[in-house]
Design a protein around this ligand. Structure first.
Ligand code: NAD
Ligand code: 6OD
Length: 494
């Protein structure tokens, strides 16, 4: 990819019934490139009429060719979407990088490959999926058989965040389509381009019109709210902030629509003195700072056993100070900007709060000095703090930026208690070479995902999701199918 910042400004249209459409109101908004504040694309904002057209198209497709299509053919098309994304890899990469500013090295290893894999894995999962069968005794001795029958749930609203736009959207659209549903996707207003581009892929592959629809816009009193309130939406899958999940859930309650929620986190790492220090440092650098701290799974609280605490803090500081922010395509770049100026304001408010609440700033804490052509980007320094109280706001709240607090602990019991002390329960990482400790501590973590001696290592068949206020339900493999299929029991008296 070109090393220069993308300068050509295109339009991001809605995709309804297999066609690209401008908004019926004529309203547009700017999609800003966070690298330099330039306009990456002009986005057409879908109003209630446009949302209604998308939901209607999705309903018609359910009752048309898509609904009648044999499973084998459907899965062949879903797998073909994966192949076509891979064929157009560079276009997806360019769009994702322009919207997010993330390094090409990251997007080309995680975002785009996973965008494709999410279709292939669920085509495979659905191919191997089977129902249940029971031979049941009856009082008269003749018996009965029971078997499950499954059908698509219907029209699924897919509401997405901006941090891993293609990955997180396809993580829902892949299984939804494999199960025979149709979707209306509402990408984040910050990162709309790859969802729109996926419409071209759907048409080229031959996915029937109306199966995949995209409506662009904002959340409250805008496209997102119109979509989740639409009475002909059968279920809602959402990834984003917990407070947004609460608002969506209230709307989902009307008509008793099912929800699948992947929400916020405040994730911990526990580093025991018996860890492999090199692995723990390398893993912690990734788990705190990957994607400029904008992964829901990122670590923001690090607990380190006192015996190795000083050494750990010093070594992490050395590694973090080597990190280089810069243009996405430059070889040396290992950190992009935050997604927007607005998000930077939020993260900086925590940088200020940390100092006010008594933190020692080990490194970072502000805005890096960038060259003139990048000054309008949303750059921020990777930051480490120590010395905060357990109830300080940067310890309690999800910040979603490249920062962490490091605190010492003395016993295993204390570390588990500190790490679990949160209203969130998404993920954690444990660093230890002691096998017994690993198996003892792992299951005690009050989270949906516990990594031992690793972070963000994914097998797409495993359950993914959060405990407490980090989510409702699980995604991945058969867990996704559970949400996207309506299961009935058929009981036959013999
Ligand atoms: P957000 O909640 O602000 O927005 C997510 C989406 O919801 C956007 O498309 C937005 O337009 C839409 N939206 C907002 N209000 C709405 C409403 N009232 N009705 C319908 N739609 C509405 O989240 P974000 O800032 O885009 O993403 C960051 C957050 O997402 C963080 O909290 C992060 O932890 C979380 N996240 C969680 C996971 C996970 O797997 N648990 C993954 C990624 C991000
Ligand atoms: O890897 C995944 O499947 C996934 N859902 C990752 C979520 C990352 C959150 O930002």
């Amino acid at each position: 990819m070109d090393k220069a910042v993308k300068t050509s400004v295109g339009e991001t249209l809605n995709f309804v019934g297999g066609e690209y459409r401008k908004s019926s109101s004529g309203k547009t908004f700017d999609n800003i490139n966070p690298i330099d504040g330039s306009v990456a694309s002009i986005v057409h904002e879908a109003d209630a009429t446009d949302v209604d057209a998308a939901v209607t198209a999705a309903n018609e497709a359910l009752n048309g060719e898509w609904g009648q299509m044999p499973l084998a053919k459907r899965l062949e098309l879903v797998a073909a979407v994966a192949d076509e994304i891979n064929r157009r890899f560079d276009e997806f990469l360019e769009a994702e990088v322009a919207d997010t500013g993330k390094p090409v090295s990251l997007a080309s290893h995680i975002d785009i490959p996973r965008g494709a894999a999410n279709f292939q894995i669920f085509a495979d999962t659905m191919k191997n999926h089977h129902g249940e069968f029971y031979n049941s005794p009856t009082p008269d001795g003749t018996g009965a058989i029971n078997y499950t029958s499954e059908r698509p749930k219907g029209v699924i609203a897919v509401v997405c965040p901006w941090n891993l736009p293609l990955l997180l959207m396809t993580w829902k659209v892949g299984p939804a389509l494999a199960c025979g549903n149709t979707v209306v996707v509402k990408p984040s207003e910050e990162t709309p381009q790859t969802a729109s581009l996926l419409g071209e892929v759907m048409n080229i592959v031959g996915i029937p019109k109306g199966v995949y629809n995209v409506v662009n816009g904002f959340g409250p009193n805008s496209t997102g709210e119109f979509l989740v309130k639409h009475p002909n939406v059968d279920a809602i899958t959402f990834t984003g902030e917990t407070v947004t999940g609460e608002a969506i859930m209230q709307n989902a309650a009307v008509g008793m629509r099912d929800v699948s929620f992947e929400l916020g986190g405040k994730n911990s790492s526990i580093v025991f003195a018996d860890c492999d220090m090199n692995k723990a440092i390398e893993g912690t650098v990734r788990s705190v700072f990957a994607n400029c701290g904008q992964v829901c799974l990122n670590t923001e609280k690090v607990f380190v056993e006192r015996l190795i605490y000083d050494d750990f803090v010093a070594r992490l500081k050395t590694e973090v100070e080597k990190m280089k922010p810069g243009l996405p395509g430059d070889d040396g770049t290992d950190m992009g900007p935050l997604v927007s100026q607005e998000h930077r304001k939020k993260v900086l408010s925590y940088y200020e709060a940390a100092v006010k609440e008594g933190a020692t700033v080990v490194t970072g804490g502000g805005i890096p000095d960038m060259p003139d052509d990048l000054k309008d980007g949303s750059w921020i320094e990777p930051t480490i703090w120590t010395g905060l109280a357990d109830d300080a706001s940067p310890i309690i709240d999800e910040i979603f930026g490249p920062c962490c607090h490091i605190r010492p602990f003395d016993t295993e019991v204390e570390a588990i208690k500190l790490a679990n002390d949160s209203k969130y329960g998404l993920a954690c990482s444990i660093w230890t070479e002691n096998l017994s400790r690993a198996h003892r501590v792992g299951p005690q973590m009050d989270v949906g995902l516990c990594w031992i001696n690793c972070w963000f290592l994914r097998d797409l068949r495993t359950p993914f999701g959060g405990a407490k206020q980090s989510g409702i339900g699980r995604e991945g493999g058969e867990y996704s199918l559970e949400f996207y299929l309506e299961t009935s029991n058929v009981c036959v008296k013999l």
